[in-house]
Design a protein around this ligand. Structure first.
Ligand code: FES
Length: 179
């Protein structure tokens, strides 16, 4: 009766996907793109070619008030993008940085071994989006940009200049407790 769902999963792997993984694939949460984002991260897997984008809205208490993801990828990557967004929503920037691949796998009840690498894509894109927010805050604090809109314009136009040390400094201020 659910045979139509099998069109989307290789027959050899269908028994290996947990009910949570199938649910997040069939009904992905937080799908979309935030235009005036407070942080944007994109990551691709050179091995399989899948790409995932995460955009964030962050409130004045530095909590993730909204998070959206877009993906061109496999069923496991859709599910991991969805559960990553659910796990990050409402967390502070600092707490979201503490999310790791194991949290994603736990949230889905596990993935087939050959699909575990897919969870790296969503965690990596989340960290890239969080780092983008941290860099923006750093450049605002140091007067290098005057507004979030100016930051976005320069970032999206490829005109943002910063050093690796500046990015590291910006992110270090949000390192999870104990790191
Ligand atoms: Fe590429 Fe899943 S096969 S992320």
């Amino acid at each position: 009766m659910n045979d139509w769902k099998n069109l989307y999963r290789p027959r050899s792997q269908q028994e290996d996907y947990t009910p949570a993984t199938i649910d997040h694939f069939m009904n992905p949460r937080q799908v979309g793109h935030i235009d005036d984002d407070d942080g944007c991260g994109r990551l691709g897997d050179p091995g399989c070619g899948d790409t995932l984008e995460i955009t964030l809205r962050i409130d004045e208490q530095e909590r993730i008030a909204d998070i959206r993801f877009l993906i061109a990828g496999c069923p496991a990557a859709v599910a991991t993008g969805s559960i990553t967004a659910v796990l990050a929503l409402g967390k502070t920037v600092r707490a979201a940085f503490a999310l790791i691949e194991a949290d994603v796998l736990r949230g889905l009840g596990g993935l087939p071994p050959e699909k575990v690498h897919c969870s790296l894509l969503s965690i990596g894109a989340l960290r890239a989006a969080l780092s983008d927010y941290c860099l923006r805050q750093y450049l605002l604090r140091t007067g290098r940009v005057q507004s979030a809109a100016e930051y976005r314009d320069k970032r999206d136009g490829g005109e943002l200049s910063f050093t690796h040390d500046e990015l590291a400094t910006a992110v270090a201020g949000y390192a999870p407790d104990g790191e």
